[in-house]
Design a protein around this ligand. Structure first.
Ligand SMILES: [Zn+2]
Length: 466
């Protein structure tokens, strides 16, 4: 039985969909105004693993994802600029071109990482009508109010607004550094529809705006997910909704409030949230210049599936710290795995004991670090090679590490040395040319202490990870 942590109950629960084998799942997709980075990709690999585990357990997954191409403001408190308009200005393109450019980059990253595409892909700009209808229902039921800036959801009318985050109302107030939109009744109220600004003479018109019963403007960010999830999955109660932990307190709390207010039904049965990825122990940010993309990883010569392997080494609810050093180590581990699997021929026979343990690990709240450990145990074991091959190919349905292509992959995977090791090797080569062998040996030992063994052979220098 698959067990998974549900943010709503704050417990690990048995997973039981409403209409097995069908599982309806909605994933908050990207806002396509900037490059998707390895922090985003950690989340989507996590979602991919979840889908693959559901399928491995015999479920049929129907997954919908949105593409936010309008309405996501730079601040969560409904102030600031539309991110799409901001991105368009930054890159000197139209809003529509920006959306196309970064959606393409997003999907290239998904493909490189062997992430299966969602069954249903929905652009917010294609569902403006549905969002307006959704807001009208909320209006009829008395959940909305109008201010100069737009139509807002009155969170005081929705009981238990903070049930997902578990926050107390006092905490919300204490944590509020945000400037309130003028006229907003409560701190947690949020925009459903924003009006296009009245233009001063010579002011610039918004590139994206639509007519609505309330006036020309654009939808708020949160409403798209409720309207599109219910429409795309054709149900008012979803089995699973995923996102990052940064979505819990505001975005997903708002999705619950507006959906349950509109339908009178529970919106989502299992909420799954992925933890953050940090780089060198710090939050990724433009000012810290530590934002890396999948393209950066490829440019440095790494295999994208080594990055996938690296992600799998940390449990999805734990914070993960990325360094180029850990990326190098993951490349080496992945290379070794591929080399070991490439030796195994004629898949036949399976190993039920191993497959049972593997299933237990992945069904225990998606314990991939443990599952990877079992893979290595199996490789080192005395089971016949053909049975190992059969079992490994089978469980790769979940891992997605291209194990069946190991013989081709083996030829292209190489060790990427950390730059400090590379530098030491160059220094050592210089010393050897100058005949200063004692100093060269000293550097060789230093490199060894850093985890790399240098061997001088007739063919030249060879290096391996210890
Ligand atoms: Zn969303």
């Amino acid at each position: 039985m698959l067990r998974i942590y549900n943010t709503l109950s704050r417990k690990i629960e048995n997973f039981k969909p409403q209409n097995p084998p069908l599982v309806t799942m909605y994933a908050c997709g990207p806002t396509v105004y900037e490059y998707a980075h390895i922090g985003h990709m950690r989340r989507y690999v996590g979602d991919d693993i979840l889908v693959r585990i559901l399928e491995y357990n015999g479920f049929k997954v129907k997954e919908a994802m949105n593409i936010t191409d309008v309405g996501h403001l730079t601040s969560d408190s409904d102030t600031g600029e539309d991110k799409m308009e901001k991105g368009a200005r930054k890159f000197g393109l139209s809003v529509w071109e920006i959306a196309k450019k970064f959606e393409k980059q997003f999907f290239n990253s998904l493909d490189a990482l062997n992430i299966q595409r969602p069954d249903i892909l929905m652009h917010a700009t294609d569902y403006i009508k549905e969002q307006i209808v959704f807001i009208q229902i909320l209006e009829q039921k008395g959940y909305t109010y109008k201010i100069d800036d737009g139509i807002y959801f009155d969170t005081s009318k929705f009981p238990n607004y903070t049930k997902l985050s578990g926050q107390k109302a006092e905490d919300l107030k204490a944590g509020a550094r945000i400037e309130m939109v003028k006229g907003k009744k409560h701190l947690t109220d949020f925009a459903l529809w924003k009006f296009s600004p009245n233009l001063p003479a010579g002011g610039k018109k918004r590139q994206m705006e639509w007519a609505s019963p309330w006036g020309v403007g654009f939808p708020g960010w949160h409403i798209e997910c409720s309207a599109m999830a219910i429409k795309g999955l054709d149900t008012e109660t979803l089995d699973i909704h995923t996102g990052g932990i940064d979505h819990i307190a505001i975005h997903h709390a708002n999705e619950i409030a507006q959906s349950e207010a509109a339908t009178g039904k529970q919106f989502v049965r299992y909420w799954v949230h992925h933890n953050f990825l940090h780089v060198d122990g710090n939050k990724m940010s433009k000012s810290a210049e530590n934002i890396h993309t999948v393209e950066d990883v490829l440019r440095k010569g790494f295999d994208p599936l080594a990055l996938r392997y690296l992600y799998l080494q940390t449990h999805y609810r734990q914070e993960m710290n990325f360094t180029w050093y850990s990326m190098g180590a993951a490349q080496i581990a992945y290379k070794r795995l591929i080399e070991e699997v490439a030796k195994l021929k004629n898949p036949k026979g399976e190993i039920p004991e191993f497959e049972k343990k593997f299933l237990e690990a992945i069904n225990d709240d998606l314990n991939l670090p443990k599952a990877l450990g079992l893979v290595w145990e199996l490789i080192k074991s005395d089971y016949p090679d053909s049975a190992k091959a059969e079992s490994l190919y089978k469980i790769d349905q979940v891992l997605g590490l291209d194990l069946e292509k190991s013989r081709e992959k083996k030829k292209v995977l190489k060790i990427i040395l950390p730059s400090e090791i590379q530098k030491l090797i160059e220094e050592r080569n210089q010393l050897r040319k100058q005949g200063r062998f004692t100093q060269a040996d000293y550097l060789r030992n230093k490199i060894k202490k850093l985890g790399y063994l240098i061997k001088d052979t007739k063919k030249g220098m060879e290096i391996e990870k210890i």
